[in-house]
Design a protein around this ligand. Structure first.
Ligand code: FNR
Length: 344
């Protein structure tokens, strides 16, 4: 097998091996103040949201994962079925494998076949050309293109990139040339306000801060290294909660999305309270689908929609944008971070 395609299989199996549903999370440092009178009914909750040029019926989606091999084609087919049946948006994994090796194209295009009218985002790395970015969008008839930013992963990956000198220029060029929205995303290392500022200067308006706390690509790539492990880098980055706090000053000028370490609907609501327009979920859905199958995953996701309405009622908010006005306090290291970085 082509080594790049084998890497795609390894990423999925290692993400599953390392997956820990109940691990400690910075989301636990955000505590809502309980008020006893919601003064509204669950029926009044509207889960719809919008970002870039899209309106979504539900404020969460399947975030970038895979494609590029026979096994990952099967996974993408199942994920696309879940997206289709539940009406949530979905991103593919990086399409670069198909641009290098056209024989694996169908492991990505299967997503469009299964879900012809759904909201689908293609995905590519920052170091790519404008031409490849256009090809990635055309391949999937994608509604948007996610450009992933993943310096720690590349550096720990033995075969990864080592030259990051023009990533921002490449992001600008792709953004200027494409006629679909660009979503700049991290891959689980989070973002700082300086990073967000640099991304906005390239013309990108939609940013997924994808923070630490869930899938850990420093750990995954270290495991793939045969020698010279760099395991002391496995705690690198900002959590999703801290990244969202870093993003506060951009909430009116950019569409901020959140992902990284989402465990359940309460984490989704917390991310929305911190200003995310929508929340991406990768390993939780992948794990559920591999362990419990497609039907159970569809049923679980439909339950989440109801759970979201319950939690929004508990905090007395009828819409996703109203969630930005909840009462909560932050504790522990998250609070320390805010103090140190001057975040109110
Ligand atoms: C990913 N992720 C990812 N991101 C990206 O932009 N392009 C990609 O090709 C991949 N590939 C990939 C494979 C697998 C198996 C997983 C689990 C994840 C990263 C993903 O989109 C997300 O940013 C992180 O996984 C954090 O979210 P979770 O997994 O903690 O919900």
């Amino acid at each position: 097998m082509n080594p790049a395609n084998n890497r795609k299989n390894e990423h999925v199996s290692l993400a599953m091996n390392f997956f820990q549903e109940s691990s400690k999370s910075d989301f636990d440092a955000l505590h809502y103040v309980h008020h006893s009178f919601p003064q509204m009914s669950v029926e009044e909750v509207n889960l719809s949201t919008s970002f870039a040029s899209f309106r979504l019926d539900f404020p969460f989606y399947i975030n970038a994962m895979t494609g590029g091999s026979d096994w990952t084609k099967k996974i993408n087919k199942k994920l696309a079925t879940v997206a289709h049946e539940t009406g949530i948006a979905m991103s593919t994994g990086s399409v670069s494998a198909a641009l290098k090796d056209p024989s694996v194209k169908d492991s990505f295009t299967i997503i469009r076949e299964v879900n012809p009218a759904g909201l689908v985002f293609a995905n590519l790395g920052t170091g790519q050309t404008v031409e490849n970015a256009k090809k990635a969008v055309d391949l999937l008839k994608a509604d948007a293109l996610q450009i992933h930013i993943n310096a720690p992963q590349e550096l720990i990956m033995p075969e990864g990139d080592r030259d990051f000198s023009n990533w921002l220029e490449q992001l600008s060029a792709i953004t200027a040339a494409l006629d679909v929205p660009i979503i700049a995303k991290e891959v689980g290392f989070g973002m700082s306000r300086e990073t967000i500022e640099s991304i906005l200067a390239t013309g990108v308006k939609t940013i997924d801060i994808s923070g630490k706390g869930g899938t850990n690509f420093a750990q995954i790539e270290n495991y793939r290294r045969k020698t010279n492990k760099i395991d002391y880098l496995e705690n690198w980055g900002q959590s999703s909660v801290i990244s969202l706090l870093e993003a506060q000053e951009f909430l009116t000028t950019a569409d901020i999305l959140a992902s990284g370490g989402i465990r359940h609907p309460l984490d989704i609501v917390k991310a929305l309270s911190l200003g995310a327009k929508a929340v991406g979920i990768s390993s939780l859905i992948l794990n559920m689908m591999i362990k419990d199958g497609v039907d159970e995953t569809i049923s679980q996701i439909n339950d989440w929609k109801e759970n979201l309405k319950s939690i929004m009622t508990l905090v007395g908010k009828k819409t996703v944008s109203d969630l930005q006005q909840t009462d909560f306090i932050l504790t522990g290291e998250v609070k320390d971070w805010c103090l140190a970085r001057g975040i109110d």
